[in-house]
Design a protein around this ligand. Structure first.
Ligand code: BES
Ligand code: ZN
Ligand code: ZN
Length: 490
């Protein structure tokens, strides 16, 4: 996507995209025949003035091939998310009508700061324009799009800063979408390792890989147990981005490249989507890519435990008791509750050996979280108010939203074992109550909550969407990348 900024609309582009608030005049001064046509269209209800509705036409003797009018609703209701959505209307129109360039006044007529509107508009354009067509024999011809934003010269510098941030964040999000959409026959633990190593081309990034042998030597037996039924060796991946004299925060992503459920196998027809179970890992890779390109002045550690959850003669069985890296023993009540097992070893190892101030883990952890929140928010638990506040804010601003669950004392013994220290599935009541929270309770037993600020974010719903909406496509959404990028930008 090429994006330019100039003081006037650019008549050299194919499409003119005009934003219109609900109380604006209908471009009477700009073009009389357009204004008359819109008036007619409004009467016939062919064009409505609520946010997001569009109307397209051509005007005689115009330099533009086409005009797209986008209703922006009330000016006071315009926000950065609406800017992203307005940009989606433009991309959708261009691609459907096979145009490849446009100019727009939308940024110019808003009151938002140049940086935030530049960032959001660019995100909206680039996220909308994503397709995963690599396995289609016949691909649509999709020339690179060109956008020209009308904006005052005096503020163009800040707008361009926002645009460049938006580009980085959207590219990283689209990169995460690619990783998740790619099938599990391709995305194996070794593939995730190769992607992590690609990031180390950046001068401030170092990547360290723990192989199966090292995992055995150091006793990360939960990760080893989950991977025991697979022909692919597990890995624990560390991506160190260092760009500050001190301090460090860790982000840890679940990297199950395929989740069959193991011996507690998932019902037939219900696990074709389980290639998405490495969405947490994709969020970590995408975020490190984004923060390094943004030049964030912090030290950020990305951690990815990765393996497959499959079945063979060596696979872990229900009832097996395994000793974790931190010494605690876990009875495997359900081999399908594998994400918490690999995360437990990863958080304990990262905390002990790197001593981060904050740990944020992201995982497609529970179906219960999808039941609770659906597809438009991730659920999280957290032991620190400031951290939870920052996450909610980053979520609302980026619209990669998070919703906090309670973490009451009463939940804390749900995962206690009777012949082991812990069980990997709650055995209280029917075992499924508060499933998204008890998943978090399990992981929390592997973090020193007195020392470390911690949040566990369950992205099972929004990471992989059942339908396209606004600028998100069906399937992978790159969930987590925008949330964490905004969080680290601050
Ligand atoms: N990967 C799944 C969770 C999931 C469900 C991700 C739907 C994406 C969409 C996870 O490993 C799992 O199977 N969890 C179990 C836990 C239960 C056995 C305690 C679940 O949610 O049923
Ligand atoms: Zn599972
Ligand atoms: Zn899983």
């Amino acid at each position: 996507m090429k994006i330019n900024v100039q003081e006037s609309l650019d008549t050299k582009q194919e499409v003119l995209a005009l934003g219109l608030y609900d109380d604006n005049e209908l471009f009477n001064k700009f073009n009389e025949s357009l204004s008359k046509e819109l008036e007619e269209a409004i009467k016939k209800k062919a064009f409505e003035r609520e946010f997001g509705k569009t109307y397209s036409t051509t005007i005689k003797d115009s330099l533009y091939k086409s005009i797209l009018v986008i209703s922006l609703g009330k000016k006071q209701d315009l926000n950065i998310e609406r800017i992203r959505r307005a940009m989606q209307r433009i991309v959708d129109y261009l691609r459907k009508r096979k145009y490849s360039s446009f100019t727009t006044n939308i940024l110019n007529i808003s009151d938002m700061t140049p940086k935030e509107i530049g960032r959001a508009a660019t995100e909206g354009l680039m996220l909308s324009d994503y397709v995963f067509d690599k396995y289609k024999s016949k691909k649509d011809d999709r020339p690179e799009l060109k956008a020209v934003f009308q904006y005052p010269d005096s503020k163009a510098k800040e707008l361009l800063e926002g645009i460049s941030q938006g580009k980085i964040i959207a590219e990283a999000t689209n990169y995460a979408k690619d990783l998740v959409n790619e099938p599990a026959i391709v995305v194996t633990p070794e593939y995730i390792e190769a992607e992590a190593k690609k990031l180390s081309k950046h001068p401030k990034i170092k990547v360290k890989i723990m192989s199966k042998k090292e995992l055995q030597q150091k006793g990360l037996n939960l990760l080893l147990a989950v991977s025991a039924g697979s022909d692919h060796d597990p890995r624990l991946i560390f991506i160190e981005y260092n760009n500050a004299p001190k301090g460090m925060n860790a982000i840890i992503g679940k990297g199950i490249t395929f989740d069959s459920g193991g011996y507690d196998i998932k019902p037939a027809g219900q696990f074709a989507d389980m290639k998405c179970d490495m969405s947490g890992a994709a969020a970590v890779l995408g975020t490190i890519k984004a923060v390094s390109e943004l030049g964030i002045k912090q030290n950020i550690l990305g951690v990815i435990p990765t393996c497959e959850n499959l079945i063979n003669g060596s696979a872990v069985k229900p009832g097996d008791i395994i000793q974790a890296y931190n010494g605690k023993t876990v009875e495997i009540m359900n081999t399908d509750a594998e994400g918490r097992l690999i995360l437990a070893d990863a958080v304990a190892y990262a905390e002990k050996n790197y001593k981060p101030e904050t740990i944020i883990d992201l995982a497609t952890l529970t179906g219960a979280c999808v039941v609770a929140l659906g597809y438009y928010a991730s659920g999280f638990v957290c032991n620190d108010e400031k951290l939870s506040g920052s996450l909610v804010k980053a979520g609302n601003d980026s619209y990669d939203r998070v919703w906090q669950f309670p973490f009451y004392e009463e939940y804390q013994d749900n995962m206690d074992g009777d012949i082991s220290d812990l069980k990997n599935m709650s055995v209280k009541g029917k075992g499924r109550e508060a499933g998204a929270i008890t998943g978090g309770v399990f992981i929390s037993k592997f973090v020193n909550l007195d020392k470390t600020k911690w949040a566990h974010i369950d992205i099972a719903g929004p990471a992989f969407l059942p339908e396209a909406k606004e600028y998100n496509q069906k399937y992978a959404s790159g969930c987590g990348v925008r949330l964490l990028s905004y969080y680290f930008i601050g």
